[in-house]
Write a protein that binds this ligand. Structure first.
Ligand code: G4P
Length: 525
């Protein structure tokens, strides 16, 4: 197969949701279709239980299993599918944000009863920043939930994207009869059975009296009315708008009952984008270019404290990656060869000889890589687009064992390179501040510093509202600002200026008083 056809048949995406909406269940059903797993329940072990917030050891154990399931590759029809796993626990949201930089599209799972939840909203913001095409799966139709039209309005309003239903539910909860697949014009009948795919009946004309036979008179009338309304309110599905990230097709179903999942997958492989051009600092890189290029979006630490080795995950942006070929590590300016790159097929990690744009390969690493690093066939490229977001929790990190200062510094630096959390150094007093998305990350850092670096840290409270990156074209004003706010100025690990606002009010005042300074809440601007 030519390079072009290999790349065109790739679909690399992530499934995102608020915890409990059904991401794990849906992932598992997709893997069943791809023949990647044969029994339900196989993915569950990867899931970090929501109840285990305080039980870090338990999470560590579960995280150990997740290397193999970080990327789930499988073949379906003529397509090569790569599902990138995102951690369910919201304290690891930063990990999810980064994973979203390595996908070409996204499926969002929404619980029909709960609608759009906090985490969904946040993740959608990231998708919007990058114009990532999104498809929505409304899950748990076997339960009572919101009215489908209300839900569509909510999706539009809360997610800030136009929607277009491509399937439509016939009733819900106990009376759930199935869905009408608008995209393929057929009727999917629901039988509450966890493994069956459901009966499918071709139905291009829902006005045919046959409909009554399948769903009963009341439901048939309702479906016709609904379809009339849908066609009146929503314009035809426009694939270009979907690809531009402006329109989200919506499917309804029940992941647990394996219902509506195949329809979602079949439509997904047909309309979702193959790898797209990626912007580097130097130029736009087209996936079909012969020369290999890629970037590291995730580093997975080894769970064995005796071997401080990691797996660096590379998203291939262009061309073909080959085993034992020399590639250039741009930041180090040196050539590297990889004798045992791994790919992730059918839940198994295996050594690969080649991989194509869109694929993810894992490179065993002993500290050469950090998140955002670029690898190429030789050209000097730097891929953009791995943003850090303004953290939500802050603590001073202090050395608790003066004999181990070096170990602590090294540990902190490496963990930050891995993207475990963000480090800010206060320019006024030199103290180090760690910013995270959730409490759990502090526990992870403390535990890993001790077990992997033999260093002990202590946390001290700091009252901060936000850390924001600042820049300005007006050097005098920037200088003025830094002097006025000297106590609140910090540098991030790349040396960029960060303003530490201790309250919303202070931040607002600063924004009012310094009109020529731009305040950014993500590190990419
Ligand atoms: P998550 O990864 O998004 O956090 O969600 P997950 O798939 O784990 O699903 C959360 C809960 O919702 C699970 O129940 C799961 O069985 C249930 N669920 C998923 N899809 C459906 C559906 O279509 N209908 C119904 N009724 N329930 C669904 P749990 O009790 O938390 O877990 P478990 O003990 O069943 O594994």
């Amino acid at each position: 197969m030519s390079l072009q056809s290999e790349i065109l048949r790739r679909r690399t995406f992530a499934i995102i949701s608020h915890p409990d909406a059904g991401k794990t269940t849906l992932t598992e059903k997709l893997l069943l279709f791809g023949g990647a797993i044969h029994v339900a329940g196989a993915v569950k072990s990867n899931k970090i239980k929501k109840t285990a917030t305080s039980d870090w050891m338990e999470i560590e154990k579960q995280r150990g299993i997740s290397v193999a399931t970080s990327v789930m590759g499988f073949e379906y029809r003529d397509y090569k599918i790569n599902i990138l796993d995102t951690p369910g626990h919201q304290d690891f949201a930063e990990d999810t944000y980064r994973t979203l930089t390595a996908v070409d599209s996204v499926i969002i799972v929404v619980d029909t009863a709960k609608g759009v939840e906090a985490q969904t909203r946040k993740l959608m913001e990231v998708c919007r920043m990058r114009n990532t095409p999104v498809m929505i799966f409304v899950n748990k139709m076997d339960r009572e939930g919101k009215d489908a039209f209300d839900l569509l309005d909510e999706l539009e309003a809360e997610l800030g994207i136009a929607v277009r239903p491509l399937s439509w539910p016939i009733n819900q909860g106990f009376s759930f009869k199935g869905v009408y697949n608008i995209y393929k014009e057929n009727l999917q009948l629901f039988t509450p059975n966890k493994q069956s795919i459901g009966e499918s009946v071709a139905f291009s004309d829902i006005n045919s009296p046959e409909l009554e036979k399948y769903v009963g008179e009341h439901n048939a009338v309702k479906l016709r009315e609904d379809m009339e309304l849908i066609n009146g309110v929503y314009s035809e599905f426009d694939n270009e708008k979907y690809l531009a990230g402006q329109l989200a097709p919506v499917f309804f179903g029940s992941a647990l009952n394996n219902f509506g999942v195949k329809e979602l997958l079949d439509c997904f492989v047909e309309i979702a984008p193959s790898p797209r051009p990626i912007q580097s600092q130097e130029r736009e890189v087209n996936p079909f270019e012969e020369a290999f290029s890629g970037f590291i979006f995730k580093i997975h630490a080894n769970m064995d404290p005796n071997h401080r080795s990691c797996i660096a995950f590379v998203k291939i942006c262009s061309g073909k990656f080959e085993r034992n070929v020399n590639y250039k590590h741009i930041r180090h300016g040196k050539m590297m060869r990889f004798s045992s790159p791994t790919a992730f097929m059918a839940q198994k990690k295996e050594t690969v000889d080649e991989a194509y744009a869109g694929d993810i390969v894992g490179l065993p690493d002993t500290g050469n890589f950090k998140i955002g690093d670029t690898l190429t066939g030789g050209e000097n490229l730097h891929f953009k687009g791995i943003p850090s977001f303004s953290p939500e929790m802050f603590k001073y990190i202090e050395n608790a064992d003066p004999m181990k200062t070096k170990q602590l510094d090294k540990g902190i630096n490496q963990l930050m390179d891995e993207g475990v959390a963000q480090l800010f150094t206060n320019q006024y007093n030199g103290r180090k501040i760690i910013g995270t998305v959730g409490q759990l990350q502090f526990e992870v850092i403390q535990y890993r510093l001790l077990h992997e670096y033999n260093a002990q840290c202590r946390w001290e409270p700091i009252s901060l509202y936000k850390a924001c990156w600042i820049e300005s074209d007006d050097a005098t004003e920037l200088d003025n600002f830094k002097k006025r706010k000297a106590q609140y100025m910090a540098k991030d690990k790349e040396g960029r200026d960060v303003f530490l606002a201790d309250s919303g009010y202070v931040l607002q005042m600063a924004q009012n008083d310094f009109k020529n300074i731009r305040f950014h809440f993500a590190s990419e601007f």
